[in-house]
Design a protein. Structure first.
Length: 186
């Protein structure tokens, strides 16, 4: 098992994952957390008993929750066998981190599902300002007009860029899915 280095602070005042860290979280078909690995728990300072059974949105920073990111994310997760997305997660002490997440379906031993395996890896520093700008805008719209308008803005953003939700990570990172798969093997 790999030991984690102390988190580094990036210019956005979030903890930065080490390039070799990969965390795993399992989520059931209803969006509830059913498992988190020891590396994730050490990095975030959370206890397994505090998060098992909670909605996966509890792992997101307040800005992501306020922007209702999870309302857009979960339906897409259910439709895709493999999905890459970007998240701003929170630690127990209130700090944040940016991560690239690969979500894949799996079935329970009883055939139930689909359940979801989330693997989290570091997000390159170069894309964080662009992402922060987008999500700050969504939060601003939510605060001023409501989350329905923020979702409409987000959908319009994707339409203007000619991308779907599941292409945001690859387009912002300027790479193809095969390269992202290799990134998760590091």
């Amino acid at each position: 098992m790999q030991t984690l280095n102390p988190p580094k602070t990036n210019p956005m005042n979030c903890n930065q994952l080490d390039v070799y860290d990969r965390f795993k979280i399992r989520i059931d078909e209803n969006g509830r957390i059913i498992f988190a690995d020891d590396n994730f728990l050490r990095f975030t300072g959370m206890e397994i008993d505090d998060i098992v059974g909670e909605d996966f949105s509890t792992l997101l920073t307040g800005e992501f929750q306020n922007g209702h990111y999870q309302d857009i994310l979960f339906p897409v997760m259910k439709d895709k066998n493999k999905l890459y997305f970007i998240m701003s997660g929170r630690t127990k002490d209130g700090n944040c981190y940016w991560a690239l997440v690969r979500s894949t379906h799996y079935r329970g031993v009883d055939g139930s599902g689909p359940k979801f395996l989330w693997e989290l890896k570091m997000l390159p520093q170069s894309v964080i300002p662009q992402l922060k700008e987008l999500f700050d805008k969504l939060v601003e719209i939510t605060n001023n007009a409501g989350h329905e308008y923020a979702i409409k803005y987000f959908m319009g953003y994707m339409e203007d860029k000619g991308i779907s939700f599941d292409q945001i990570a690859t387009s912002m990172l300027g790479t193809k899915e095969k390269k992202l798969d290799k990134y998760f093997k590091i």
